[in-house]
Design a protein around this ligand. Structure first.
Ligand code: SAM
Length: 486
C-alpha cells in the first residue's frame, strides 16, 4: 500500500526536508471512562494499554504521570518486567514528546492540531518505541494501529499505520539528523529532548561541553534520597535498616538506589521521609547561618507547603528549643504541612506570605519561593513541555514581593535564606541582586553552608546540579538584615 493510498499522506520527496512544526497542541477531548476497560479487552497488551491510559490522562486532564502511573499499574495488576516496560514507555514518551511530535509531524500530511488526541497519543507511544527502544518496528506499528482502533478511532487506523510506517523507514539517527535545528545549544536541546529555552537557561551557567551532560542527567531517573529526621534516627542507622548508603553532603541523607521507600520501616514510622539532599542542605543552612546576637528561636518558613523543609526545620527546632511558624497560601498544602510536622514545634498559618499578619522579629526566615521548577524536571517527565518561559516573569514578581516581606519580618541581625528549585538566573541571582540593591540586605557567603559541596558557582550563593552533585538543581542565597536597617 502506498502512502497516498493509505490515508492521504504526502511522500517524503514531495514534502522535502522542511519538517512541519506542530502548530498547536491537539484539541483536548474528554475520554469516556469505559474505553479504558475496553482497551484491555480488545487485544492491546497490558503494558501498552497502561502507558496509553496514563498518556491520555496527562494529555487531556493535565494529570501528573508520577501520580497516575502507580495507580494504573496497580489496577492493571502489572508487576516485574511488564510494569517496568509500561513505566519506560510512559515516562519516555512524555520526556521526549517534543522530539516525537516533530517526527510525527514530519511523517504526516496533517497538522498535529488536526489529529484527534487519542490518535496522536497512540502515535507518540509508537514513535517512542521506534526511536528510543529496541521494540521491533513492525511490533510498534502493529500495536499502535490496534490502540487507535481500540480507542474508538477505527477510521484513523490507516492514517496511523501510514505515519508509523513512514517513521520506521528511517533510522532514529536519520530522523534526528534531519530535524536537528541549527545552532549548538538548539541542537543539544533537541537531541536531549528539551525545549530550547530551557537549554539556554542552563547554558548561562556552564560551557557547552558541560551542557550536554547537564541535559542528559536531567532526563535520567534520580535515585531516591531519604532524610533521617534529626532527633529520631541517624543517617547511619537509616542506611543500615534501609540497605541504602549515607549521603555525600547532608548529615541526614541516605541514598536508596533500589526498592520502594514506602516499604522502609523508619519511613512507615515517620522517622524518615523522602527528600532531595539539596532540600535538606537548604533547611539546614537556615538553622546554622551566622546571625548577630542571641538566637531567640523564632524561625519562619514563609512558603512552606507541602512541608518537606518545614519538617526538617521543625525537627532541628525541637533539638535547639526553637519554634517554626510555617506560612502557606494554599489551604490543601497547609494541611500537608500539618500532617508532616505532627508534634514538632511548628505552627501552620494559611496566609499570603506577602502579608501574613505575623509580628516581625524572626531570627531566621526561609523563603523557598514558588518557582518554575526547572531544577526538578527529572522528577516529572511531562513538566518540560508544559512550562513556558513567560511564566518566569510573573513568578519573579512574586519572588521579589515575598523576599521584601521576609525583609520586614526578619529582625535586625537576623538572616533570610532565599531558595528555589530552579537554576534560572531570573529567579535566582536577579532576585537576590535586587534585594541587595533595594531592600538594604547584605549577602553572606553561603558556600560554607553547603557541607563540602564544591563547584557551586562563583557568586556567594550556592547553585547545585544533578550532574555535579546528584541533587536537584536547587539554589540558595543567604541574606542578612543589617542592624541599622530602618
Ligand atoms: C517551592 S514550594 C515550597 C516547598 C516547601 N518549602 C517544601 O520544602 O516542601 C512553594 C510554596 O509556596 C506556596 N505559595 C505560593 N504563593 C505563595 C504566597 N503568596 N504566600 C505563601 N505561600 C505561597 C505554594 O503554594 C507552594 O506550596
Amino acid at each position: 500500500m502506498s502512502l497516498n493510498e493509505s490515508g492521504g499522506f504526502r511522500s517524503r520527496s514531495k514534502r522535502g526536508n522542511a519538517p512541519k512544526r506542530p502548530a498547536q497542541p491537539p484539541k483536548k477531548q474528554q475520554q469516556p471512562r469505559q474505553r479504558q476497560a475496553k482497551l484491555r479487552l480488545e487485544g492491546v497488551d497490558k503494558p501498552r494499554a497502561v502507558a496509553f491510559e496514563v498518556l491520555t490522562a496527562v494529555a487531556t486532564q493535565d494529570a501528573y504521570a508520577n501520580l497516575v502511573l502507580p495507580k494504573t499499574l496497580r489496577e492493571a495488576r502489572l508487576s516485574g518486567r511488564d510494569a517496568a516496560f509500561a513505566t519506560e514507555l510512559t515516562y519516555g514518551s512524555l520526556r521526549t514528546q517534543g522530539v516525537l511530535d516533530e517526527v510525527i509531524a514530519a511523517a504526516s500530511s496533517r497538522a498535529l492540531s488536526d489529529v484527534h488526541v487519542d490518535v496522536l497519543t497512540a502515535l507518540r507511544l509508537g514513535a517512542y518505541q521506534v526511536l528510543y527502544t529496541r521494540v521491533e518496528p513492525h511490533a510498534a506499528v502493529d500495536t499502535t494501529v490496534r490502540i487507535v482502533g481500540a480507542a474508538g478511532q477505527p477510521r484513523a487506523k490507516g492514517f496511523a499505520n501510514a505515519v508509523m510506517r513512514t517513521i520506521t523507514r528511517k533510522t532514529p539517527e536519520q530522523w534526528l539528523d534531519q530535524l536537528t535545528p541549527a545552532g549548538e545549544v538548539a541542537a543539544m536541546a533537541f537531541r536531549t529532548a528539551h525545549p530550547q529555552w530551557i537549554a539556554e537557561s542552563f547554558a548561562r551557567h556552564m560551557p557547552t561541553e558541560e551542557l550536554a551532560r547537564a541535559l542528559e542527567e536531567d532526563s535520567a531517573r534520580p535515585i531516591v534520597h531519604l532524610v533521617a529526621r534529626p532527633g529520631e534516627i541517624s543517617a547511619e542507622e537509616l542506611a543500615l535498616i534501609s540497605g541504602g548508603e549515607e549521603g555525600a553532603y547532608s548529615p541526614y541523607a541516605v541514598y536508596l538506589s533500589s526498592g520502594d521507600p514506602r516499604d522502609v520501616e523508619p519511613v512507615k514510622q515517620g522517622l524518615a521521609a523522602v527528600q532531595d539532599e539539596g532540600s535538606q542542605l537548604i533547611a539546614r543552612a537556615v538553622t546554622i547561618a551566622p546571625i548577630d546576637g542571641q538566637d531567640q528561636g523564632k524561625w519562619l518558613d514563609l512558603c512552606a507547603g507541602p512541608g518537606g523543609k518545614a519538617a526538617l526545620l521543625g525537627a532541628l527546632a525541637r533539638i535547639d528549643g526553637a519554634h517554626v511558624d510555617a506560612v502557606e497560601v494554599a489551604p490543601h498544602r497547609a494541611k500537608l504541612i500539618q500532617k508532616v510536622t505532627g508534634d514538632l514545634p511548628v505552627t501552620v498559618h494559611v496566609a499570603d506570605g506577602r502579608e501574613p499578619g505575623l509580628e516581625p522579629g524572626f531570627d531566621r526566615v526561609l523563603v523557598d519561593a514558588p518557582c518554575s521548577g526547572l531544577g526538578a524536571l527529572r522528577r516529572r517527565p511531562e513538566a518540560r513541555w508544559r512550562k513556558s518561559e513567560s511564566d518566569i516573569a510573573e513568578l519573579s514578581q512574586l519572588q521579589r514581593q515575598l523576599l521584601a516581606s521576609a525583609a520586614k519580618l526578619v529582625r535586625p541581625g537576623g538572616v533570610i535564606v532565599y531558595s528555589t528549585c530552579s537554576p534560572d538566573l531570573r529567579e535566582t541571582r536577579e532576585i537576590v541582586n535586587h534585594a541587595v540593591a533595594h531592600l538594604g540586605l547584605e549577602e553572606l557567603d553561603a558556600h560554607d553552608l553547603a557541607c563540602g559541596m564544591d563547584n557551586v558557582g562563583t557568586d556567594k550563593s550556592v547553585q547545585m546540579w544533578p550532574h555535579r552533585h546528584g541533587t536537584d538543581a536547587m539554589f540558595f542565597a543567604v541574606l542578612k538584615r543589617p542592624a541599622d536597617l530602618g
